[in-house]
Design a protein around this ligand. Structure first.
Ligand code: ADP
Ligand code: XUL
Length: 562
């Protein structure tokens, strides 16, 4: 038995991240050093599904975006095959994971029997391909449930009431509105479903060979869980679909154990039969764990497929904007978050149109255009945006009297296009100004003590430089941009320790006083400018940010979803 905070010598902890475009793995040893990592990219390594960026977009139903459920199963098998030569699975004492939030899986009646009797001589794909009542999983990028959102909000007394109850007003991508849409438009599918999993609990279910619980943190992204009680809310369940409670099963805290790994993985991949599966949770909160975010003044910015901004808070104070989720590693704490749909894929679009499909050219343009971009403000929505709720479309403006920093009444005019280098700067500055404006409005730290950047685009130093200038604070990064799978590996260790101690143990016990010797420590990537000219620039960005928020408000009034 290990002492408090210590992990068994030679043990390994596996963290997986089932995200929009890929399935990733990070393996930590008992000193919390990364010893292996692996990735399966859905588009390029599983090309037979013909996904783009891991998803399908329905041409006949605007905003309907989904992924083939079985692709995630095949990816799991492939990832473990790729990881097999790199690590000894027999040394893995605990595995946990992270899933893209909100996505849901519909298990067909009778599937539990299939799941609990997997045959190690056959592939998972062949055994689970008929286990679902619908082959496609609605995912977080979907925005086709506005009607269902309004119905659920109205049934519980309005948007703010729903936010107070569940942590967020109704959002199209949240699982409750998605389930209601299936119940209304495909009643046979709903009827034929014995269990609804989230991406996270779905993957955990495969590993334990039984239906795993939805964890409380991921549950907060459904518009179904009472955020204070951490139980399903009866009134919202009733407003969503009949008989829903029995299809959801029980909730569980993220640090609890889902079960032991099922014999399938012991026989096929030589996992130890005592290997624990710790509850899977959701990606942004897993990143919060992986970034060891525990100071209220810190802000994290994740630049993955989605862009998110998040921090921690002691109390849940939900409002009409942003989301409140339980903190996955701190039972009494919460995290607050903002989410943008037009993240990396929309930046890639600008890169492909304006910068020869190359990040080097993109960065060169970003570096050679001056900060503030001569007052150019761009709004780039390649997909229907979440924040603000605006439809597909690009809007470009130039603010005119930017040198008058005392003026809050900048004049702007709408323009057709920017030349390529300005377009590149406009998409980066625009997103960071929006993040700063909304984070301040949501009551997140202003200015933050520091920002920790993560996600695929956080490897881009030129983008990090803009973040530091616009927020006026230093920007840190962690060893690898994939903090969600790192966080999942750390949570695997945390769950293992809680299990060994027989009760909750603070996660910091694992690394207190030792963080810099582990793979979890963050490093300064861009310092905050402290010269007079940096302060002047920050002031001008503040003026430009207010202008942007004002234009955004007008756009929402004119063309926004309601
Ligand atoms: P996910 O949220 O699906 O886990 P990732 O965090 O893996 O996504 O990020 C993937 C994205 O990272 C890609 O879509 C790509 O656009 C972006 N990316 C990778 N390298 C760079 C770079 N040097 N500059 C900007 N973006 C990058
Ligand atoms: C969060 C959200 C996205 C997904 C991406 O609410 O919708 O960040 O979690 O995987």
């Amino acid at each position: 038995m290990a002492g408090r905070g210590s992990l068994p010598e030679g043990s390994l902890f596996l963290g997986l991240d089932s995200s929009t475009q890929s399935l990733k793995a990070t393996v930590l040893n008992n000193e919390l050093t990364i010893v292996a990592s692996e990735i399966v990219n859905f588009d390029s390594e599983l090309p037979h599904y013909k996904t783009e960026g891991g998803v399908y977009r329905d041409p006949a139903d605007d905003g309907h975006i989904f992924s083939p459920t079985i692709m995630w199963v095949e990816a799991l098998e492939l990832l473990l095959e790729k990881l097999k030569p790199k690590i000894n699975f027999g040394k893995v004492v605990a595995v946990s994971g992270s899933g893209q939030q909100h996505g849901s899986v519909y298990w067909k009646k009778g599937s539990h029997a299939v799941l609990s009797s997997l045959d190690a001589s056959k592939s998972l794909l062949s055994q689970l391909k008929d286990a679902f009542s619908t082959m496609n999983s609605p995912i977080w990028m979907d925005s086709s449930t506005t009607k269902q959102c309004r119905e659920i909000e109205n049934a519980v007394g309005g948007a703010l009431e729903l936010a107070k109850l569940t942590g967020s007003r109704a959002y199209e991508r949240f699982t409750g509105p998605q389930i209601r849409k299936i119940y209304q438009t495909e009643p046979d599918v709903y009827e034929d479903t014995e269990r609804i999993s989230l991406v996270s609990s779905f993957m955990a279910s495969i590993l334990v060979g039984s239906y795993a619980s939805i964890d409380e943190t991921d549950g907060a992204g459904m518009n179904l869980m009472d955020i204070n009680q951490r139980t399903w809310s009866k009134s919202v369940l009733e407003a969503t679909a009949p008989g829903l409670g029995t299809k959801l099963g029980k909730l569980a805290p993220a640090y609890s154990t889902a079960g032991r790994i099922t014999p399938y993985f012991v026989e096929r991949f030589q996992f130890d039969k005592n290997c624990l599966v710790i509850q899977w949770s959701v990606d942004n909160p897993n990143s919060l764990a992986g970034l060891t975010l525990n100071t209220p003044g810190d802000l994290a910015i994740s630049l993955g497929t989605s862009d998110t901004v998040f921090g921690i808070t002691a109390e849940a104070k939900p409002s009409l904007e942003g989301h409140v989720f339980p903190n996955p590693v701190e039972p009494d704490g919460y995290m607050v978050m903002l989410c943008y749909k037009n993240g990396s894929l929309t930046r890639e679009d600008v890169r492909n149109r304006c910068a020869d499909k190359s990040w080097d050219v993109f960065n060169n343009y970003l570096e050679k255009t001056p900060p503030l971009n001569g007052g150019k403000l761009g709004f780039y929505y390649k997909d229907h945006e979440i924040l603000p709720p605006l439809p597909v479309g690009f809007h470009r403006y130039t603010a005119e009297n930017l040198n008058d920093v005392t003026s809050d009444t900048l004049l702007e005019r709408e323009v057709e296009e920017f030349h390529p280098p300005s377009e590149v700067r406009a998409i980066i500055e625009g997103q960071m100004l929006s993040m700063r404006g909304h984070a301040e409005r949501f009551g997140m730290p202003n200015p933050p003590k520091r920002i920790i950047a993560t996600g695929g685009a956080s490897s881009n130093k030129s983008i990090l430089k803009s973040i530091a200038q616009i927020f006026g604070c230093p920007v840190f990064t962690v060893q690898r941009p994939d903090s969600a799978s790192l966080g999942a590996a750390l949570r695997a260790a945390h769950g293992w320790l809680c299990n060994a101690q027989g009760s909750f143990v603070p996660i910091s016990c694992l690394y207190k006083g030792n963080l810099e010797k582990t793979s979890l420590g963050s490093k300064l990537a861009v310092p905050a400018g402290n010269k007079e000219e940096d302060r002047e620039l920050l002031q001008k960005y503040t003026v430009l940010m207010r202008k942007r928020m004002e234009i955004e408000r007008r756009l929402v009034e004119k063309i926004g979803r309601s």
